[in-house]
Design a protein around this ligand. Structure first.
Ligand code: HEM
Length: 361
């Protein structure tokens, strides 16, 4: 599939996901009513975003760094399945049609993981984790299905772990690899940069060892996994520490990126550090704020290779949305009150416009 088609699919999905998300915020603010059931609406929104924005952009990054991606027919099938899943989630929530469409989506994820399995041996950086993490993440789905009725709280925790595994070990590594592919000093290079021909000073050798140690999948993988379980069914102090360290490792990996994406990744790391205040897991609204900042800010700007004004607007909207939602949690009703939702909705619309412009260029 040509990069233009991936970008087009992701653009349409970004507009759909942002419209559903912004509408939901305006509904929370009491400005509009919802024509459909709110949880179903939320499912439609989150599935449109994860299935049809994040994965096509991840594959765009894979393609850029030489990993195999779905061909034209598989991509067409994938995008149709995403559309069907979004509509059927909105109309009927978790039911046969949305489960069938999601099964097609999941099967294509597994197919791409299998096609890209060579990366597990070929690279040392976090990108090698992607095929394993896709399989691990999808392995949560049967447990989620079984526990949904019997134990909704456990099912909710498993959904968050599943999503966090995909974000921390598939999407973020792709974003970092995409960034590195545009910077002169590629920190995720697979070649052995300790080669004496390329590093001739003790200082360079030492910093190269630090680079390799921190970008190594053996560091990235366990931190991302423990952090994901912390945000899911196993919140604990070790998980909060892993999340903080994960943020630091990611920010370090992005340190040679251009200033704006680098600042956004640093903000993510600082957010991870702040989460140490919640050793037994962040409150739901705070997790939603952090998730949206991560995905709409550093992840989107890096994956879409956004530049110039659209990059500033996309990252700035994400930062402002995260800040507004955090203030709303930390200082409830005192400062923004119901306007937090209105502002977050408006920022979501601003983000979508910047996202479409970024993906067109
Ligand atoms: C790539 C784009 C996006 C993705 C992947 C995405 C993903 C998600 C996910 C996974 C959830 C469920 C979180 C949970 O319940 O744990 C969610 C919820 C939500 N998202 Fe997004 N989102 C995106 C863009 C947006 C935008 C632009 C807005 C606009 C303001 C937005 C507003 C919301 C709202 C209001 C909720 C419900 C929060 C709640 O009920 O507590 N999202 N999103």
């Amino acid at each position: 599939m040509s990069p233009r088609r991936f970008a087009l699919g992701a653009s349409v999905a970004a507009v759909v996901a942002a419209s559903l998300g912004a509408w939901l915020r305006f509904y929370y603010a009491g400005l509009v009513s919802l024509p459909l059931d709110a949880p179903d609406w939320r499912h439609a929104h989150s599935h449109a975003g994860v299935y049809a924005v994040l994965f096509p952009l991840t594959w765009l990054a894979w393609r850029r760094v030489g990993l195999p991606v779905p061909g034209p027919r598989t991509t067409a099938l994938y995008l149709v399945a995403c559309g069907v899943a979004t509509v059927t989630f909105a109309l009927g929530g978790y039911a046969l049609p949305s489960i069938v469409a999601s099964t097609v989506v999941g099967a294509i994820w597994l197919f791409t993981a299998w096609s890209a399995r060579g990366v597990v041996r070929a690279r040392r950086d976090a990108l090698r984790l992607a095929p394993i993490a896709i399989v691990l993440g999808t392995a949560f789905i049967p447990a989620i299905a079984v526990s949904t009725r019997r134990d909704p709280a456990l099912a909710n925790g498993l959904v968050h772990a599943f999503l966090s595994i995909l974000f921390f070990l598939v999407v973020v590594p792709a974003a970092l690899a995409r960034l590195a592919s545009r910077t002169p000093a590629d920190t995720t290079d697979t070649t052995d940069s300790t080669d004496a021909n390329t590093t001739d000073s003790t200082h360079e050798r030492a910093s190269s060892r630090v680079d390799h140690a921190l970008s190594d999948a053996r560091v990235f993988g366990p931190l991302g996994l423990v952090a994901a379980l912390h945000l899911g069914p196993l919140p604990n102090l070790a998980g909060a520490i892993a999340l903080a360290l994960y943020g630091f490792v990611v920010a370090y990996a992005a340190r040679r990126a251009p200033r704006w994406p680098r600042a956004l990744w640093l903000a993510f790391a600082l957010g991870g550090l702040a989460m140490l205040a919640f050793p037994s897991g962040p409150p739901h609204a705070l997790a939603v704020a952090g998730l949206h900042f991560l995905l709409l800010g550093p992840v989107f700007v890096s994956l879409a290779d956004a530049r110039g004004l659209p990059s500033l607007v996309a990252g700035g909207s994400a930062l402002a949305m995260g800040a507004v939602l955090v203030v709303d949690v930390v200082l409830p009703t005192a400062i923004l009150g119901v306007h937090a939702h209105t502002l977050a909705g408006a920022l979501g619309i601003g983000w979508a416009i910047a996202a479409v412009v970024s993906l067109r260029s």
